[in-house]
Structure formats: structure tokens, C-alpha cells
Design a protein around this ligand. Structure first.
Ligand SMILES: Nc1ncnc2c1ncn2[C@@H]1O[C@H](COP(=O)(O)OP(=O)(O)OP(=O)(O)O)[C@@H](O)[C@H]1O
Ligand SMILES: [Mg+2]
Length: 254
């Protein structure tokens, strides 16, 4: 059989534009479309959310494993944390949740306020260690450009930038693109404009030379879903976000 390279798809953009909803919808569409493929969803946002969108209960996170490793390893206090995690590679699999059609892992939230830099260096390791076991890896990133800046996303092959119709949203994805061009070696890039107040604003959204993959209107049924805490697998097939993400995926994974 032909050896196919793992698709590592990361979702990035400003806070609140729909990254998690879109990442979860991607996972759903891949699970439905490729029942034989190995699919991994990574919640890379310390603020957490992808698990809920996918209907998963998380018991152990990568950060929990890190704490356990640091506590038990000899010289745990002085050793470089990534070094420690490397020594306990197999432990990462303890945080993996296997469910119908896909696997899931959450990076978790370190208690020390203000510093996610440590967790970001684990995240990079985790992506690199786990991706060889999967055909598709979907990463729901933290808002903003920090993880791109810190080269956490170095191995990403497909970069999906999300914006709303605000100037701020489009500025953020343009900045991400610039930084990504410098620091990443991605193969494909594209953007989704989400939560549009009307499809008429489509023409006004300027994302420079980032290819537009889909425009998704603001969809009230999503808000209703949020209220009920339901996961994306229950969204109707004809929901705007499902249709939009499907269109985008077809173009991005071409
Ligand atoms: N097309 C849409 N129409 C209406 N509501 C939407 C749409 N897309 C997302 N939302 C809603 O917007 C809110 C934010 O979405 P989501 O959590 O996916 O964004 P995010 O970019 O992951 O946010 P954060 O930066 O906080 O992680 C959620 O309540 C979600 O249901
Ligand atoms: Mg999110």
C-alpha cells in the first residue's frame, strides 16, 4: 500500500470566532467520511472546549501526565520538562481517549497562572510523538498567534485560519499568516469567514492573499446547541456550519 503522510490540520484565529466549533465539525466530517482512517483530535487550548464540542469526558490531560512524571522522575525538579516527557513517551498514551471513530487528547491547563509556555513545549512534543500513529490530526489551537510564534505548530501541514467579519479578526489571521510563512513549513493554507451577520458582507472581507475556502453565516441553531451543551455530532447535516466546513475541507485537503 502507498505510504501516505499524516495530515496535521491546525485551526487558528482570534478569540471567539468559531475555532472550536469548526475544529469539532472537521472531526465529525472526517469520522463520517473516512471510517477506516485513524483520526486524532487535539485540544491545544488551555482554556479547553473541544472535548465538550465533541461530547467527550476528559479524565487525564497531558499536563496531568507531566505533573506525574515530574513528581516521580529522579532529578525531576532540575531536568528539562520536555526531556522528562521524552523519557516517558508511552505515558502520553494514558491521556488518549479512544472513542467511536476517533481519538482525543487534551493538553490541559497548568495551574501556574500566566505561563502557558511550558505547556506549549509539551504540546509540540505530543504532536510529534502522536502524529505518526494517525492519518488525520486536528488541532484546536489557542486564540491568537502565540503557538505559531513559539513554533508549536511547526509540523502542521494544513493551516486553517478562522475570522469573523471584524477588522480585528482579519488582522489577526493576516498576522498569523506572516508569522507562519516565516516559522512553519505548511503545505496548504486557507481561511473561513464565520458568523457573518449577512452573506452580503462577503465581498467586504479582505484577507489579502489567503485563499477563501468558505463563508459561514451566523447560525442561530448553534447558539441553541450551546445552550443545551450538545455536541457537533447532533448538528443537522444541512446546518450552515456543517455545509461550510465541508466545502472548506474539500478545498483544503485537495
Ligand atoms: N456560524 C456561527 N453562528 C452562530 N454562532 C456561532 C457560529 N460559529 C460559532 N458560533 C458560536 O460562537 C461561540 C464561540 O465559538 P467557539 O467557541 O467555536 O469559538 P473559538 O474561536 O473556539 O473561541 P475561543 O477563542 O474562546 O476558544 C460559541 O458559542 C459558538 O456556538
Ligand atoms: Mg475555542
Amino acid at each position: 500500500m502507498e505510504e501516505k503522510k499524516t495530515v496535521i490540520l491546525a485551526v487558528a484565529g482570534k478569540g471567539g470566532v468559531g475555532k472550536t466549533s469548526i475544529a469539532a465539525t472537521i472531526v465529525r466530517l472526517l469520522v463520517e467520511g473516512y471510517p477506516d482512517k485513524r483520526i486524532l483530535a487535539i485540544d491545544a487550548d488551555p482554556a479547553v472546549g473541544l472535548s465538550t464540542a465533541l461530547g467527550i469526558d476528559v479524565e487525564t490531560t497531558v499536563d496531568d501526565i507531566r505533573k506525574a512524571v515530574v513528581a516521580t522522575a529522579e532529578g525531576g525538579d532540575t531536568k528539562n520538562a520536555v526531556e522528562l516527557l521524552g523519557e516517558a513517551r508511552y505515558r502520553i498514551f494514558d491521556a488518549l481517549v479512544e472513542t467511536d471513530g476517533f481519538s482525543f487528547i487534551a493538553i490541559g491547563r497548568p495551574e501556574t497562572a500566566g505561563c502557558y509556555c511550558k505547556i506549549n513545549s509539551y504540546l509540540k512534543e505530543v504532536i510529534s510523538i502522536l502524529s505518526e500513529n494517525f492519518d488525520y490530526v486536528i488541532i484546536d489551537g489557542e486564540a491568537g498567534i502565540e503557538q505559531i510564534n513559539r513554533r508549536v505548530m511547526e509540523k502542521v501541514t494544513h493551516l486553517l485560519l478562522i475570522t469573523d467579519s471584524s477588522k480585528k479578526g482579519t488582522q489577526v489571521i493576516k498576522t498569523i499568516r506572516q508569522v507562519a510563512d516565516e516559522l512553519m513549513m505548511y503545505e496548504q493554507i486557507g481561511m473561513i469567514a464565520n458568523r457573518l451577520p449577512s452573506m452580503a458582507v462577503k465581498e467586504l472581507i479582505d484577507t489579502g492573499d489567503i485563499p477563501a475556502l468558505a463563508y459561514i453565516p451566523s447560525d442561530l441553531s448553534l447558539a441553541e446547541f450551546d445552550l443545551k451543551g450538545e455536541n457537533v455530532f447532533y448538528l443537522p447535516e444541512d446546518a450552515a456550519i456543517v455545509q461550510g466546513v465541508k466545502e472548506a475541507l474539500e478545498k483544503l485537503l485537495l
